[in-house]
Design a protein around this ligand. Structure first.
Ligand code: NAD
Ligand code: IPM
Ligand code: MN
Length: 355
């Protein structure tokens, strides 16, 4: 019997509400499919920051490195500046564990609610592959002459050959596994004249290795418009850290709700643990009311099981989500229902237990 070690970090806000539901469904899957989950809980958050001045202990990454995967809720809370909280916990994990792929499915489930007229599940089913360790999220730059009228700030974008090539390779390989075998690149080489032409150059170079994949590319501005007007054009979309971030909120919004969107921060070589978290944040506007949608968290749990090699269990969870939405099971307010967070988690755990 296999045992997987999970580091569990609910973090802030609704992370504390979604993570228990994620664990409830994972537990049901573990029982049914015959593996064990050994959980280690960490309370690292903006609350611990208020007490200790740190988002995580100095040896935080060493502690997490003992686990097979990290299961995270959300990070960020009013009162602690976002650049302090996120760069003190979330970003160091992504970068420290070289989780250079952020994989974010955008899929309209049968029974899901797209805001687009005349669109069905067959029209919206694609992946955003986001570069997750470099690009626009760099730590070089700074503020000069603070407080004077000569004040200026800079932040470099860093695109390394290794970093660009490996995310593109992953995206091409993913496209190869899809029936349509199509890959779209998000660019802005008309406005950002050093990094984006380089991105395009590496994309064209990598495409030579994958003659079976159909490629196209759009500038990020019109690409956003196409996500809304022609979501059916997309199969796999690869983007830099910032463009991928933007597209992976827009995609799920088009597919119904940011509340159901999952994500995987993957180190494909499995040299370090990967991390699984919903795309959404801590939602301070609804936290504490237990009305948030736990499906993004639960689906992230399914992506985690797939990464760990428990594909049947992962498929069972995704199927349970599909069935719940298609058959009018409990749904939270963001999806037009009035169920609570726990109602949805319990319904899905029961569905997984039944099979
Ligand atoms: P957010 O995703 O937290 O919330 C945006 C809107 O979506 C809110 O109206 C919220 O109520 C709604 N929403 C989000 N998740 C939902 C769910 N599961 N069910 C129902 N509704 C949901 O984004 P924000 O307001 O920009 O950020 C709030 C905080 O979270 C900030 O500190 C931000 O930096 C942080 N954040 C963290 C992560 C992360 O940990 N990965 C991601 C995004 C934002
Ligand atoms: C996400 C979030 C984070 C990001 C923020 C909170 C730093 O928006 O996971 O998409 O930009 O990566
Ligand atoms: Mn985001």
């Amino acid at each position: 019997r296999k045992t997987y070690k999970l580091a569990v970090l609910p973090g802030d806000g609704i992370g504390k509400e979604t993570v228990p539901e994620g664990l409830r469904v994972l537990d049901a899957a573990a029982r049914r499919f015959g593996f064990d989950l050994e959980l280690k809980h960490y309370d690292w958050s903006c609350e611990t920051y208020a007490q200790t001045g740190k988002m995580m202990p100095d040896d935080g990454l060493d502690q997490l490195a003992q686990s097979d995967s990290v299961f995270l809720g959300a990070v960020g809370w009013p009162g602690v500046p976002d650049h302090v909280s996120l760069w003190g916990l979330l970003i160091p994990i992504r970068r420290g564990f070289d989780q250079y792929i952020s994989l974010r499915p955008c899929k309209l489930m049968p029974g899901g609610r797209t805001p687009l007229a005349n669109r069905g599940p067959e029209d919206i089913d694609f992946y955003v592959v986001r570069e997750n360790t470099e690009g626009e999220y760099s730590s070089t730059g700074g503020r000069m002459f603070p407080g004077t009228d000569r004040e200026f700030v800079t932040q470099d974008s860093v695109f390394t050959r290794v970093g660009v090539d490996r995310v593109m390779k992953y995206a091409f390989e993913l496209a190869m596994t899809r029936p349509r075998r199509k890959l779209t690149s998000a660019t802005k080489s008309n406005g950002i004249t050093f990094t984006m032409p380089y991105w395009d150059e590496r994309f064209a170079e990598m495409a030579k290795n994958y003659p079976g994949v159909t490629t196209d590319q759009f500038h990020i501005d019109i690409l956003c418009a196409h996500f809304v007007q022609h979501p059916d054009w997309f199969d796999v979309v690869v983007g830099s850290n910032l463009f991928g971030d933007i597209l992976s909120d827009l995609g799920p919004a088009v597919a119904g709700s940011i509340g159901i969107a999952p994500s995987a921060n993957i180190n494909p070589e499995k040299k370090f643990p990967s991390m699984f978290e919903p795309v959404h944040g801590s939602a301070p506007d609804i936290a504490g009311k237990w009305i948030c949608n736990p499906i993004g968290q639960i689906w992230s749990g399914a992506m985690m099981l797939e990464h760990l090699g428990e594909k049947a269990a992962a498929d069972c969870i995704v199927k349970a989500i599909e069935t719940l939405l298609a058959e009018g099971g409990p749904r939270t307010r963001d999806m037009g229902g009035n169920a609570g967070t726990v109602d949805v988690g319990k319904a899905l755990a029961e569905a997984v237990a039944r099979g």
